[in-house]
Design a protein around this ligand. Structure first.
Ligand SMILES: C[S@@+](CC[C@H](N)C(=O)[O-])C[C@H]1O[C@@H](n2cnc3c(N)ncnc32)[C@H](O)[C@@H]1O
Length: 232
């Protein structure tokens, strides 16, 4: 919808913004839960509802229950920016020539060829048992899927595809990617693993929204392409 029908989307969000911001606290809360309970069929309406809820819900969190229903409570923003028309128009222009697909990660890389760049931002390996974030959608992404992802990256690497992966800075990820080795002539090539500080925007406690490290894994074809690019 952002790509193909941004103006109707903006108009619908204008209505949401007017109706929501014009109410007192109680009215806003009631309005939020009414919108949350709706299941619109129209595409523009669905996109507008999604953005409205994202801007007015608790901490901008996205979470669904087992039935797949969005279940985040109302947030407490004084003046949430429900409509940012400029940003939406910029996003629309940026997406104009983009082919968007919603498929399993295992199928997403199927037609990637040597020299193509693939960036993978999977659900992260949890930092601890209790901080498990694998539950934030109904489709669970557990350790089995993390391992399958590692195999997928092996396949892509063998094919010469340039791969970058983000994940959490935990032992499992280090071990899984440090031990991968690929034939490079007589020698073996390894992934490059960089630790990068990342600002966590979402945490149930505001005071814990501090920078945490994340890992960026780059496969040998990507490291080589960057090296050649830098040399030029
Ligand atoms: C860390 S988030 C990616 C966030 C995204 N890069 C962004 O900036 O909005 C991980 C995403 O992987 C999706 N996901 C979970 N299991 C998947 C699967 N098997 N195949 C593809 N995507 C999956 C989740 O729905 C979630 O949106």
């Amino acid at each position: 919808v952002v790509r193909d029908g941004v103006e109707p989307l903006i108009r619908r969000l204008e209505t949401y913004a007017r109706e929501y911001l014009g109410r007192d606290d109680e009215g806003r809360e009631r309005y939020y839960y009414e919108v949350r309970a709706q299941e619109p069929a129209d595409e523009v309406e669905r996109a507008a509802r999604m953005l409205f809820l994202n801007r007015t819900c608790y901490n901008g969190l996205y979470r669904v229950n087992r039935a797949g229903r969005f279940n985040v409570p109302h947030g407490r923003y004084v003046r949430p920016r429900i409509l940012d028309a400029d940003a939406l128009r910029r996003a629309s222009r940026a997406l104009a020539r983009v082919d968007l697909r919603s498929v399993d990660v295992g199928d997403a890389g199927a037609d990637a060829e040597a020299g193509d760049f693939v960036y993978i931002d999977p659900p992260f390996v949890p930092l601890s048992e209790t901080s498990s974030f694998t539950d934030y959608t109904t489709g669970r992404f557990g350790m089995r899927e993390q391992l399958e992802l590692r195999w997928l990256i092996d396949e892509l690497t063998e094919r010469g595809v340039l791969v970058m992966l983000s994940n959490s800075d935990v032992d499992w990820v280090h071990t899984a990617y440090e031990t991968a080795r690929y034939r490079a002539g007589e020698a073996f090539a390894h992934h490059r693993i960089d630790r990068v500080p990342a600002r966590r925007m979402i945490n149930s406690r505001g005071d814990r929204r501090s920078p945490v490290d994340e890992l960026v894994v780059m496969n040998p074809p990507l490291v080589e392409a960057l090296r050649r690019g830098a040399a030029r």
